[in-house]
Design a binder for this molecule. Structure first.
Ligand code: AR6
Length: 178
């Protein structure tokens, strides 16, 4: 299915695009967002700040994605996706998280990219339960690969062992279902 699980730091990957788990301001933060901004250098923050605000402090609402260059990163582009904050599952969190993956893949297709790497969006500070998020990441990426003729290499990046195992399990479930 051309979906890989990789254990490590997403900022080191030489791919066409890495996805950032950003917040609505797109002005940086902790976690993978902080790691991406420090590895990319100040040009990334400057480019993010130039993106239009939809309303004060909001450059990208949850479920949507904005693209910038990769600056000092090995990756050519950064796709800033804003995942949902987990509130227990009754506030459309699953659909918003699925949109982060789907919109990123659409953007990759529009930009004719060949490889894209995702962190576990929303699974850190935003508190999304890892196994549920892994099922969504795998469902969206597998569905994308099956419904699009043009191949894209998708890497699901696990920063820790628990995330790696959750992706392995979700991919095994998806393989059984097909
Ligand atoms: N490479 C890959 N994955 C990483 C890395 C890395 N270098 N560093 C952390 N992770 P989080 P969120 C994993 O909290 O939950 C920021 O402040 C981490 O283990 O980065 O979407 C933003 O500005 C976890 O599995 O993102 C927002 O305010 C996953 O990345 C907020 O956090 C996501 O954890 C977004 O929260």
């Amino acid at each position: 299915m051309n979906i890989d699980i990789w254990h490590g730091d997403i900022t080191t990957l030489d791919v066409d695009a890495i996805v950032n788990a950003a917040n609505e301001s797109l002005l940086g933060g902790g976690g993978v967002d902080g790691a991406i901004h420090s590895a990319a250098g100040p040009g990334l923050l400057a480019e993010c700040a130039r993106l239009p605000e939809l309303r004060p402090g909001v450059r990208c609402p949850p479920g949507e994605v904005r693209a910038t260059a990769g600056h000092a990163l090995p990756a050519r582009h950064v796709f800033h996706a804003v995942g949902p904050v987990w509130h227990g599952g009754q506030r459309d969190e699953a659909a918003l998280l699925a949109n982060c993956y789907w919109q990123s893949l659409r953007l990759a297709e529009q930009m004719r990219l060949e490889s894209i790497a995702f962190p576990a969006i929303s699974c850190g500070v935003y508190g999304y339960p890892m196994h549920q998020a892994a099922a969504i990441a795998v469902t969206e990426t597998v569905t994308w690969q099956k419904s699009h003729a043009r191949p894209v290499r998708i890497v699901l990046v696990a920063y820790n062992t628990a995330t790696f195992k959750a992706y392995q399990q979700a991919l095994a479930v998806a393989a059984q279902a097909h």
